[in-house]
Design a protein around this ligand. Structure first.
Ligand code: FES
Ligand code: FES
Length: 204
């Protein structure tokens, strides 16, 4: 096991992890960040996208597919998941990209949505006024099986316009000290007991 320290959604977590543990597994299974979902586990679908600082430098957190990294590679990094994107003061106010996805009905089953929103935030932090072609190119690493992408592009366009009008950046705001104090690191849901009658039994 290797000791790592990661700050996730403003809260620092120190944990021992197996060297082979994927970052997405650590976020979901050990830290309870189940808003980050696994669609493929092979860095194809983008459902597991998060924002992460670059340990070797870089001026802002960037979108990464958390199934494509080992947890140990995130040691010392700061991560924002979909669960830390909305207002840091617990007011329930959505991030402009979340709001636009809701207003534009840019989802159906919603499975791709956490990763799609995080990738859109990354895109807009880099390019606050993207063309539709640039939005499609920016989200090309994220697959959606439901929507046909039209409303996703509209939502990203709307979010960009709203943030330009507000004079705000897509980058998530820093959590307030109060919000960090109030956060209770969730060690993940305990495994559910499986009743005997649903466990296949050997044929006598
Ligand atoms: Fe599909 Fe990570 S789960 S890219
Ligand atoms: Fe279902 Fe995108 S809304 S996969």
């Amino acid at each position: 096991m290797t000791r790592i320290s990661i700050t996730v959604d403003g809260v620092r977590y120190d944990d021992d992890v197996a060297p082979r543990t994927l970052l997405v597994q650590h976020l979901r299974d050990n830290l309870g960040k189940v808003g980050t979902v696994v669609g493929c586990d092979t860095s194809n679908c983008g459902a597991c996208t998060i924002l992460m600082t670059d340990p070797s430098g870089g001026d802002r957190p960037v979108g990464v597919k958390s199934c494509s990294l080992l947890a140990v590679q995130a040691d010392g990094c700061e991560i924002t998941t979909i669960e830390g994107l909305s207002a840091p003061d617990d007011s329930g106010e959505l991030h402009p990209v979340q709001r636009a996805f809701s207003d534009r009905h840019a989802l159906q089953c919603g499975f791709c949505t956490p990763g799609m929103i995080m990738a859109a935030v990354d895109l807009l932090a880099d390019n606050p006024d993207p063309s539709d072609a640039e939005i499609r190119e920016g989200l090309e690493g994220n697959l959606c099986r439901c929507t046909g992408y039209q409303n996703i592009v509209r939502a990203v366009r709307d979010a960009a316009a709203a943030m330009r009008a507000e004079g705000t950046s897509a980058e998530p705001a820093e959590p307030t000290p109060e919000a960090v104090d109030a956060a209770t690191p969730d060690r993940g849901a305990p495994p559910e007991p499986v009743p005997d009658d649903v466990v296949p039994q050997p044929v006598p």
